[in-house]
Design a protein around this ligand. Structure first.
Ligand code: GCB
Length: 615
């Protein structure tokens, strides 16, 4: 046996006794004690997955995850992470390395770091998102595989992390596949990589995994106090542990005892609570304390802090009620792309810039399309009083009949909800976009919507549908999925993909007693290209399309909101028209460099009117 093989044998025997495991998502990671593993990671582009499969396509025990080094001069090791280039993480590889602009395949990433063990602490390796598939290793030991490019996942590595130097290796694969979620084709850039933050979270042995606060609807208008449902769970099934909730501004200090599942739930009564709304995005400082208040001054009690807003959301006939009052959602659709140029947005600054444009447009609401965006975006929107529609990438023609595809979609839904369940601004979970009618789709989506409701019964469920019949300028929405949603949403492209100049003639029939959101409309324009209003790609064409569309939307009965497509031009491999598109979908109200197109002002004016009408 050569030395490498011997080392591998020892490593595997040793590791057999040591455990690392995927654990349920940690809620509120941003406010936990943690070490950032962001920064420079070495990377190796591996087109044929040489680092994973041998030449017979069997997984190789000699994979790159070992981070092997030659031990003696004659040893053959055909890779070396330490000689490989570095990429700053989080990022997408497409805009970080020009050779990888169109790349779809495997890239290996490695980060070495020093760790000092702390008595009584657990170490949890957390990834905000990796697109699309991640296989993660710590010190050569596999932690697990995660699928889905926009949701967090984490592994408890307490037993295998070492004092001193450690290395994490991630095999990232963004190949598109028919059975994936999203499926093989979609109209946005398939940015690959470790696209969100990586942390080593340090928790206590017993910690709060996740928790939920939600304001109950008023049961009696004369009620003097409000009720907040609260629940939380520990990482272990420990009975009779105390979890206290403190909300000083509301004079709340309340203790709950865990059941034999390590869970607590109950009701907190509050007086004079200021409700969260776009006009007053009030957040309360909240603390969760394991063990309750220290009886002895200075005694350690594990504490998790958050800022929580309280509001209710519901529908009544064709109205959406926020805090019991009808609201019109003045929205805009947004892709998770940096405000200037392309590339995945991944920072607070990106979120602030994108949201400031939405605000300038007059928005109180955004559709975060077509997948869960990063947590900074949702939290920043919450601080700024912007409501959110959040969705999973069940987009176009998913493999409806494949059980693994449904499981994958459910996991993404569960993880999206787990992360953002305490954000007051998130009001709608959307489970699909523009999916083709048929029995298999109905079975799939009905299960998904029931699952969403079982995870969160306090928010609205929707999906972006399509107009199914349009004869003699009469548009009728007919979709069997109507019974599974609270809000009827649909995309329509009158004036762009169909019926140019016919918007004024259109009539609408949406035969459901539910609020209506037009989740997309719009058309393309190249910023700075001017001409007649009937000339495609000019700003004037887009401006006219918006003018006609908003006039038409005013005729839709039950219209409760709109999210035109889209805030900013975004990269898409489907948009190949040279000189005009250049791999950008040009439907933005802003160009890819953040310049306003003329249509922006049409939309802004209409939203000013809506604001007045719905005051
Ligand atoms: C749609 C899709 C969106 C596309 C858009 C377009 O209906 O939902 O993802 O980007 O149309 O520009 O065609």
């Amino acid at each position: 046996m050569n030395k490498l093989l011997a080392a591998f044998a020892i490593a595997t025997t040793l590791s057999a006794s040591l455990q690392a495991q995927e654990v349920p998502q940690l809620g509120n990671v941003l406010n936990r004690e943690k070490i950032s593993l962001n920064g420079d990671w070495n990377y190796i582009v591996d087109v044929q997955e040489e680092g994973y499969y041998d030449y017979r396509m069997n997984p190789t025990p000699w994979g790159f995850f070992l981070n092997a080094k030659p031990q003696k001069p004659e040893d053959l090791v055909e890779y070396d992470f330490d000689k490989a280039p570095t990429m700053s993480i989080p990022s997408d590889w497409n805009t970080k390395d020009e050779k990888l602009f169109f790349y779809e395949g495997t890239v290996w990433f490695k980060k070495s770091f020093n760790y000092t063990r702390k008595q009584g602490k657990r170490a949890i390796l957390y990834f905000g998102a990796v697109n699309y598939e991640a296989i993660v290793y710590l010190n050569g030991k596999k932690l697990g595989r995660h699928e889905g490019g926009f949701t967090p996942f984490n592994y408890d590595v307490t037993d295998i992390i070492k004092e001193g130097e450690n290395f994490v290796i991630v095999k990232v694969d963004n190949k598109r596949r028919k059975e994936n979620v999203p499926t093989q084709i979609f109209d946005w850039w398939n940015y690959g990589g470790i696209t969100r933050d990586v942390y080593l979270v340090e928790t206590d042995e017993v910690y709060i995994e996740n928790y939920n606060f939600s304001l109950k609807k008023l049961s009696d208008p004369k009620q003097k106090f409000r009720e907040i449902s609260f629940s939380a769970n520990l990482n272990q099934k420990l009975e009779n542990k105390c979890i206290a909730v403190s909300i000083p501004e509301l004079k709340v200090y309340q203790s709950f005892m865990t059941d034999n599942e390590g869970k607590v739930s109950g009701v907190i009564k509050v007086k004079n609570v200021e409700l969260w709304s776009p006009e007053n995005p009030k957040l309360y400082a909240v603390k969760l304390i394991i063990g309750g208040a220290p009886r002895i001054q200075g005694e350690y009690r594990p504490t998790l802090a958050d800022e929580i807003g309280f509001r209710t959301i519901e529908t009544q006939g064709k109205k959406i009620l926020l805090n019991g009052k009808p609201i019109f959602l003045r929205g805009i659709s947004i892709h998770e792309e940096k405000p200037n140029g392309g590339g995945r947005a991944n920072s607070v600054e990106d979120a602030k810039q994108l949201l400031s444009w939405a605000k300038e447009l007059g928005c109180n609401y955004v559709r975060l399309a077509h997948y869960p965006h990063n947590e900074y975006m949702v939290r920043e929107a919450e601080r700024e009083g912007i409501l959110v529609w959040s969705e999973i990438p069940v987009y176009w023609t998913i493999a409806w009949e494949n059980p693994a595809t449904l499981t994958n979609a459910k996991n993404q839904l569960k993880d999206m909800i787990a992360r953002d369940q305490n954000r007051a601004n998130v009001i709608i979970w959307s489970i699909a976009n523009e999916t083709p009618h048929g029995e298999a789709r109905e079975k799939f989506l009905s299960q998904l919507s029931e699952y969403a409701r079982s995870l969160d019964s306090t928010r609205l469920i929707s999906m972006a549908m399509e107009v199914t019949s349009a004869a003699n300028y009469h548009n009728k929405l007919q979709d069997n999925m109507n019974k599974y949603v609270d809000v009827i949403s649909f995309n329509q492209y009158i004036g762009w993909y169909r019926d140019v100049d016919d918007a004024p003639k259109m009539t609408w029939e949406i035969p459901y007693d539910k609020p209506v959101i037009v989740s997309e409309f719009g058309g393309g324009a190249r910023y700075g290209l001017h001409g007649e209003k009937n000339q495609r790609w000019t700003e004037e064409f887009q401006e006219n399309l918006y003018r006609e569309n908003v006039a038409m939307l005013d005729k839709i009965d039950g219209l409760a909101g709109t999210t035109p497509w889209i805030l900013k031009d975004f990269r898409s491999p489907r948009r190949v028209l040279v000189g005009t598109q250049d791999y950008y979908n040009r439907k933005g109200l802003f160009s890819d460099n953040g310049e306003k197109k003329k249509a922006f002002y049409i939309m802004k004016e209409w939203y000013e009117k809506k604001k007045e009408q719905w005051r």
